[in-house]
Design a protein around this ligand. Sequence first.
Ligand code: 5AD
Ligand code: SF4
Length: 462
Amino acid sequence: MTDHPATTTKLKNLHVITWGCQMNVYDSARMEDVLRPLGYRPVSQVEHADMVILNTCHIRERATEKVFSELGLLKKIREDRLAQGHDRMVIAVAGCVAQAEGAEIIHRAPYVDIVFGPQTYHRLPEMVARAARAGGHVIETDFPVDMKFDFLPAEAAPQTPENLSAFLTIQEGCDKFCSFCVVPYTRGAESSRNVASILTEARQMARNGVRELTLLGQNVNAYHGLDAQGATADLPQLVRALSRIEGIARIRYTTSHPRDVTQSLIDAHRDEAALMPFLHLPVQSGSDRVLKAMNRGHTADEYRDIIRRFRAARPDLSISSDFIVGHPGETDADFEATLALIRDVGFAQAYTFKYSPRPGTPASAADFQVDEAVKDARLQIVQKLIRAQQDAFNGALVGRDVAVLLTHKGRKPGQVVGRSPYQQPVIIDAPEHMIGRIVTVRILHTLTNSLAGELIRETICA
Ligand code: 5AD
Ligand code: SF4
């Protein structure tokens, strides 16, 4: 545990605005944890905040511009608060845009107090103290060798008792350098948290009522963390250890890379009951030419073969992916190859993106950028195909009984919502006190992005 600098007993309000992936959601909760000993407690309204952190994401288009426009709003809120006699609001920018833009943020928005990258938030208390002392800017965007996780407060259990399904980051960074992607530049090299610290956090979560863990990492199946004996544990070994924790009934992981799929991971889907039958394995394209240009390190047939092996181990596995249309050089024939791969595999869901250039990445400098109108047209086609496959996958569940972990109240009175093993939200009529249980639900019909069902048994089906 870190030694925090002089703490103050005066309570202060903290508001964290989170963009982007689940790893950012996890990081935001950890930022709240590290600032708690300094008297900061989370508030929902930015106008009431003594400190605001913008936890940014760089993966989507125009991320930087969005940050500057949000900062402009925060500046105005700070001025209004000062006019009303409140203390000066501390403004901090975190996450991948902070990492990528660093000093540029202070240059363009000099009223920002703190800029820190994804690897440094465990030093946040010290940064806050430094910013208060110096009245100047603090920029922390290096990649320290020590992993930030090892410095988080031991009691950092973000979960409230109602929070039954929680994220747990086990791995960060990426060495793959896909042509289009900023992650290797913003999140740094692949690194894995050690087994003991993950187990400690998971046990704490389980004590707080968590029943489902989603293990997070940019390349989560590249996980290789040190265990207590000084040996290296891989993802299936970690899953096995986590599944023995009392209270943890379900384990998921995301995002994985085809190159890091091992036979033991596939086998774990057959052998580990706690490992849910859902796999998010991005392929990005079905064309070998494009996959090569993307530097993905595998072919379309290799991907098909990996899926075949997963399905041999776990026939009901639901498969998800990410696709990019319009990568530089993508022809009509390449796009057709993507559609062919989608038809061959049959996805339960997928995220589809139009390629958009990220400054500093090789693809952004490539010749043969695809016309925006062509990208639009391809996106529509691929989305329609994925939609049809998603409807087919969900439709096939109608009439079947599935185990649902009930996690929260539905929008309508009397409704409770949970997730199927395959990841879809399932809505049933049930009393609120059943939240937290895993029950057997018969699926009645499909909704746009979820399933409607009825409670069959208050225990899990065999
Ligand atoms: N353009 C479009 N999509 C991108 N992704 C990452 N970088 C880009 C980009 N420059 C998508 C990939 C990745 C997902 C998280 O975001 O499909 O798997
Ligand atoms: Fe980005 Fe490729 Fe690494 Fe995924 S594997 S984070 S797409 S560079």
